[in-house]
Design a protein. Structure first.
Length: 388
């Protein structure tokens, strides 16, 4: 690639000075860039690799070799997005991102973690409210995509700041959601007496952060996730799944569309009933994107597996892998039905809005093809019970 970028390198020995070099190493006057990105790592080789990966005409890349130096950069420059390593001497990545979250909350935060950093990563989620976790060694395409999506999210949040002012109805819905999550957590803790209560609280907080992100990005996705989670939870209980599995299904329902937050407003509008996205290549990847966004958290791995498979069909004609029958996790089969019920009942994704009778007929016609017969029979039984 012959494109040159402006890289602002924040020197260790002269913190009040900013040097400007091109991607090829030659000095030139500083140029205005549309976005400023700060990379923080105590290894210069890692910073060089990050700069090569993120080479773009639209980015000013700023580097720092410690948390303290990064804060000096933040105080001098308007930074749109920060990528920080977790393990650094002195101030680690979690502490740095927590500080940035407090003092520069609009700056998007991405954390680079190792496989053994699960506890510290969860701390960063709770206190630093990070946008994305990426594991070392990173995939270059995934890193570039995460930066692009993070910058796009920052732009959307700035343009749509009014969404942050939730009304009384939205606040009540969030309180109800938090209450349901708390109840499920307490039930799960009772069934597994030796489970770590502190770890469960961190898990609950992580789910709250992610659902808040969904609500801010698109109220339609948030409401859809709430309804799907409630129905999936009821189905899982009716099928007598263990409390841990019920919790996984419920959380998977809340977050199953987290991968869609990077779609354009027009695409999200289609999902809310103004068109179809079923054949859209980006849409067909969203289950994998959702799972990948959660997989960096160890406690989220069971949830990520359910989310990745929730568009598989019982006859093997679904996506992303074409898995069939009992090879699809039971929680994902439950989630698939709950997702379809809500789409049809509310007229989402270009589907006609159906009443109770036509809805049952449509789902029954897909018995054994789209849906697991046992899950479908459980839903029919529950529906009749509620109607009587």
């Amino acid at each position: 690639m012959n494109e040159s970028i402006t890289e602002k390198v924040f020197p260790t020995m002269m913190p009040s000075t900013v040097d400007v070099t091109t991607a090829h190493g030659g000095a030139e006057p500083a140029r205005a860039a549309s976005k400023t990105l700060l990379c923080v790592d105590d290894e210069l080789s890692v910073l060089s690799a990050l700069k090569r990966t993120l080479r773009s005409r639209d980015l000013t890349v700023v580097t720092a070799t410690s948390g303290a130096q990064a804060l000096e950069v933040m105080a001098e420059l308007p930074v749109d997005l920060v990528i920080s390593d977790m393990r650094m001497p002195g101030m680690d990545g979690a502490q740095l991102l927590e500080h940035i979250c407090r003092d520069w909350p609009d700056t998007v935060r991405i954390l680079l973690t190792g496989y053994s950093d699960a506890t510290a990563t969860i701390r960063a989620v709770n206190h630093g409210r990070i946008f994305r976790y990426l594991q070392k060694p990173w995939d270059e395409r995934e890193l570039a995509e995460s930066v692009r999506e993070g910058l796009a999210l920052r732009a959307r949040l700035k343009d749509e700041a009014r969404l942050l002012g939730m009304g009384a109805a939205q606040a009540a819905q969030l309180r109800q959601l938090n209450d349901e999550l708390q109840q499920l957590q307490e039930q799960h803790a009772a069934d597994r007496r030796q489970s770590d209560a502190a770890r469960q609280r961190r898990y609950l907080q992580s789910v709250k952060v992610l659902t808040n992100l969904l609500e801010v990005r698109c109220a339609g996705l948030f409401e859809h996730g709430r309804r799907v989670a409630a129905l999936a939870r009821d189905l899982a209980r009716a099928m007598e799944l263990p409390s841990e599995a019920v919790l996984d299904v419920f959380v998977a329902g809340l977050l199953h569309d987290i991968g869609l937050i990077g779609l354009s407003d027009a695409a999200l509008s289609r999902l809310d009933g103004n068109g179809t996205s079923e054949d859209d290549a980006v849409y067909r990847e969203h289950s994998r994107l959702s799972a990948r966004a959660l997989a960096a958290m160890e406690d989220m791995l069971p949830v990520a597996a359910l989310i990745e498979a929730h568009h598989e069909r019982f006859d093997g004609s679904g996506f992303p892998c074409g898995t069939a029958g009992a090879d699809i996790p039971l929680g994902a089969r439950i989630l698939a039905l709950a997702d379809a019920v809500d789409d049809l009942a509310h007229g989402r994704s270009g589907l006609a809005r159906l009443g109770a009778g036509p809805l049952t007929e449509r789902l029954t016609a897909a018995r054994g093809a789209h849906f697991d017969p046992a899950v479908l029979d459980t839903w029919i039984r529950l529906s009749r019970s509620k109607a009587s």
